[in-house]
Design a protein. Structure first.
Length: 197
């Protein structure tokens, strides 16, 4: 007799419940506004701790958020590679940043659905400027940007606001600074400055 198959919707529902239960067990409250359309970018800020990754993954699964995320290529090497891809990861070669942005914009044009979560600081250390790839992608592909956060001050994690960038960097960066002004990373002193080089 063949083994019973796993019912995919039931498995997803179980994963969502388990992820939300773990978040709450660890003292986190998820906040989520549904995606406004089939395509977009999610900016995740601030990113100051290794703990951001597991908290973010639990939120992603708990919310049923069908978003992929970009990580440095070294995360996808060796035995952890398949797991990282299964968790929604896309390996990025940072040495080819300009080419990557253009390629991702082209991917948005080819796909019917794609949400991509990006940490624009690119590191947990303090940076004076954010990497502008998330912004260039959103403007170039004509898609909205979700404002994602892991706020250690209020122990909330989520995506609750979506912006359509105007293409005027000064105006759009001011909107981002206003939104994130009260959000605190685990190590606030390491949060990157919301500005482009």
């Amino acid at each position: 007799m063949p083994p019973a198959s796993i019912d995919a919707p039931a498995a997803r529902a179980w994963t969502r419940r388990a992820s939300l239960a773990l978040l709450r067990l660890f003292g986190w409250r998820p906040v989520y506004a549904p995606l406004p359309g089939p395509k977009g970018v999610i900016m995740v800020y601030p990113h100051t701790s290794n703990w951001d990754f597991p908290i973010g993954v639990l939120f992603r699964h708990g919310a049923g958020l069908q978003a992929q995320w970009m990580g440095k290529a070294s995360l996808f090497r060796g035995p952890m590679g398949p797991l990282m891809r299964r968790l929604g990861g896309i390996a990025i070669d940072r040495r080819a940043a300009h080419g990557v942005t253009a390629a991702i914009i082209d991917t948005y044009r080819q796909r019917d659905t794609l949400w991509l979560a990006i940490t624009p600081e690119g590191t947990r250390a303090h940076v004076d400027y954010l990497k502008s790839g998330f912004y260039r992608i959103a403007v170039g592909a004509g898609v909205p940007c979700g404002l994602g956060f892991i706020d250690y001050a209020t122990r909330t994690v989520g995506v609750d606001t979506y912006l359509t960038f105007t293409g005027d960097e000064a105006t759009d960066l001011a909107s981002l600074r206003d939104y994130y002004a009260q959000k605190r990373g685990k190590h606030p002193e390491l949060a990157g400055t919301i500005a482009f080089r």
